[in-house]
Ligand binder design. Structure first.
Ligand SMILES: [Zn+2]
Length: 525
């Protein structure tokens, strides 16, 4: 159905577009790229090194640095040029040293949980009484003052856990392709609801520290539906059942002495404690959290860069990017060892088949994505433009396009056009020789929340590949269960091969890709 529709669109295009605009594709080279990518893929090996050996890769922690060094070793082995790191200032790093938690009253039970990032430790094993406490206003502080010393606090009510129903695997079908073809009109901003004078997170933490609270436990978000990023409306259930999505802890800029240790628990374990406490039966937990901080003086944000030099247009660049950093709760296999491995493999494929690109094809593995696209932002500011002034650097005119790989293990089903509609007729021709691999869709809308955004913000043609989410929204994204077992080999091999084909086609065409209008200076928010 979908293919038939696109076929019709291509016929229409052939009539509407003058011959001069048709893409001159090198089908022989594309054939070699496909053959190497599909038949002799090494992408699963890259994934296992990045996730199994060097995961987790929180920015500012040793895992990320080791992953970057390993990637550089591979780039050098493959004969890539200009292999180097570019460092930028991230701030305080963090890693977990030890964690264990057991319910010891009313019965022994091992607890599934994970300390929040930048949580301080408990200073050894502590056995403490667990209590419910809702603290959000000055009145709450007055109510609890002097009662919380040596306690562990449950600061959320129980969350209802629904039985799983419907699919938790998201592979694009007719309905999702139809949705991707549309551009939703942004909702009007909601009026701020009137609330009682609520304390800030910092105020509450200050109170908890002054009280001598041992730790706080939470059971993650109130919602058991993951929106999966603001680019897609498709929602999926969180499966719970031991899979947790830690969030809401301290940030790297907070003073670790001004916050109490905090842990996200499996919702079922959290809810059990709440239900026992409601019966006035005591709950006690034995807890040990040990964490390590790394000084912010180092330039500990690391971007990892390598390239295949171009020929007649060597000064112009096609850039493939993916974030190498992850959250620490698991090994970041699908977020984003998959995207990193796919673009690494793309350059390996291109180098191995010996294509001589016209433009330079560069790869960059970002860090700090999870804290706000920081590595990509630093790179854009260093090389292309300052988004605050829109002062352009000479290289701004030399980059043809940026392609980003994030959102998991799924195969590439198309490209989000980022409202750059002039790119559509070009990509329509590029995806034709990839249609049998499942690449058929060009979604007009702008998508957000990953590393193409800083490029788009300064007017560089920047695109996020549209990938099948599979279990990304439901199970792996920012969870404690993002392991290599969730990576789908065939899909990822396709992802790497298609990335290579796109980089090659962008490098070969006579013109750089069309640009949108130069953006206005960003308004401070
Ligand atoms: Zn992420």
């Amino acid at each position: 159905m979908r293919r038939k529709f696109l076929g019709a669109a291509l016929v229409a295009l052939a009539i509407a577009v003058p011959a001069a605009q048709s893409e001159k594709l090198d089908y022989a080279a594309l054939g070699r790229i496909r053959d190497e990518g599909l038949s002799r893929s090494q992408v699963m090996d890259h994934i296992s090194w990045l996730a199994d050996v060097y995961g987790p890769r929180l920015t500012g922690s040793p895992g990320l640095t080791q992953a970057s060094e390993w990637a550089m070793k591979k780039f050098t082995e493959w004969g890539l040029a200009n292999v180097h790191q570019e460092r930028w200032k991230f701030g305080k790093g963090w890693s977990l040293v030890r964690f264990s938690a057991h319910l010891v009253e009313p019965q022994i039970q091992p607890i599934i949980g994970y300390p929040n990032t930048w949580s301080p430790g408990t200073g050894g094993v502590v056995t403490a009484e667990v209590v419910r406490a809702d603290i959000s206003t000055e009145a709450d502080v007055a109510k609890y003052r002097g009662t919380l010393k040596g306690k562990i606090l449950l600061m959320q009510p129980a969350r209802r856990v629904r039985m799983l129903e419907g699919p938790i695997i998201l592979r694009m079908g007719e309905k999702e392709f139809a949705e991707a073809d549309t551009t939703p009109v942004p909702a009007a901003p909601a009026a701020a609801a009137a609330r009682p004078a609520a304390l800030t997170r910092a105020d509450i933490q200050k109170f908890l520290v002054s009280e001598g609270v041992v730790a706080t436990f939470d059971r993650g978000t109130d919602s058991d539906m993951a929106a999966g990023g603001s680019d897609l409306t498709w929602q999926q259930q969180h499966p719970d059942g031991g899979t947790i999505f830690p969030s809401g802890g301290p940030t790297r800029t907070e003073d670790s002495a001004a916050v109490v240790p905090s842990v996200t628990l499996a919702v079922e374990h959290y809810n059990r404690m709440v239900r026992v406490l409601e019966k006035k039966v005591p709950v006690r937990v034995e807890l040990n959290i040990e964490t390590m901080f790394y000084p912010e003086a180092d330039m500990n944000g690391v971007n990892t860069v390598a390239e295949i030099p171009g020929s007649d247009l060597a000064s112009e660049v096609v850039l493939l990017g993916a974030h190498l950093d992850s959250h620490p709760y698991s090994t970041g296999a699908t977020d984003n060892a998959t995207g990193s491995a796919a673009i690494m493999e793309a350059l390996r494929i291109l180098k191995t088949v010996g294509v001589k690109p016209r433009r330079t094809i560069r790869l960059a593995l970002w860090s700090g994505e999870e804290q706000g696209l920081l590595g990509a932002r630093a790179y854009v500011k260093e090389h292309f433009a300052d988004p605050d002034t829109m002062q352009l650097k000479p290289d701004h005119s030399k980059i043809s396009a940026y392609f980003n790989s994030d959102n998991g293990t799924g195969r590439i089903r198309g490209v989000w056009l980022q409202s750059n509609l002039a790119a559509r007729p070009i990509f329509q021709q590029w995806i034709a020789p990839l249609a049998d691999l499942g690449v058929t869709a060009l979604g007009p809308r702008s998508v957000v929340s990953t590393d193409h955004v800083p490029f788009d913000e300064v007017g560089i043609p920047a695109f996020q590949f549209m990938v099948d989410r599979l279990e990304y929204n439901a199970r792996t994204h920012h969870s404690n269960m993002d392991f290599v077992d969730r990576v789908q080999r065939d899909d990822l091999i396709q992802q790497a091969t298609v990335s290579a084909a796109f980089a090659f086609m962008a490098a070969q065409r006579d013109e750089k890709l069309p640009r949108k209008a130069k953006p206005e200076v960003r308004v401070a928010q």
